[in-house]
Design a binder for this molecule. Structure first.
Ligand SMILES: [Zn+2]
Length: 179
């Protein structure tokens, strides 16, 4: 089942509203790029790479720094600390970070850490919701409409919003805005 089939139209609409609200709080308009770092800073998040996390064991730092298998994770809620995988491309980091921010905005409850891998456990429905909202935060539907009205091509839209081309395609698919 695709993401769009798993999430109700009401939920998807709510995500567009949340994305609009967050932008207006920052004075960022729908057609402007919203860097994940800007939103993270506004939410009071401190961002880390594994080697910067206080009190993390050297062995775990080495494992995390060598792995592509994880993207980003909220490691503390108060204070709000998010660790990001520095191995990923900048555009991927944007979507990783927006995904974690989406978990926060949707008030998902933490589900704890896997004691074997040391990585956060996941609840699929929460993951789907965060992925969807993360995309809205990066490229709101109205922003995508603006770009297509200006006849921007997919790669240009990606650069404009600091997103990957895959994200632009995803947003086109789920919003029905043709590009
Ligand atoms: Zn997640």
């Amino acid at each position: 089942m695709s993401l769009i089939e798993k999430l109700s139209p009401e939920f998807r609409q709510r995500c567009e509203v949340i994305a609009t609200e967050q932008r207006s709080l920052l004075g960022v308009r729908a057609f402007e790029a919203l860097p994940a770092d800007t939103l993270a800073a506004k939410l009071g998040a401190k961002l880390f790479t594994p080697d910067q996390v206080p009190n993390l064991e050297a062995e775990q730092i080495t494992l995390l720094l060598a792995s592509d298998e994880w993207s980003a994770a909220i490691i503390s809620y108060s204070p709000l600390w998010i660790v990001c995988n520095p191995r990923h491309a900048l555009t991927r980091r944007e979507s990783n970070l927006m995904h974690e921010i989406a978990h926060l905005l949707l008030k998902h409850q933490p589900v704890g850490f896997d004691t074997v891998t040391g990585q956060p456990k996941r609840q699929q429905n929460n993951e789907d919701e965060a992925t969807f909202l993360g995309g809205c935060l990066q490229i709101p539907k109205r922003g995508l409409l603006w770009a297509t009205q200006r006849k921007m091509l997919l790669p240009e839209i990606a650069v404009h919003f600091g997103a990957s081309e895959a994200m632009v395609q995803f947003r086109s698919n789920v919003t029905g805005v043709p590009i």
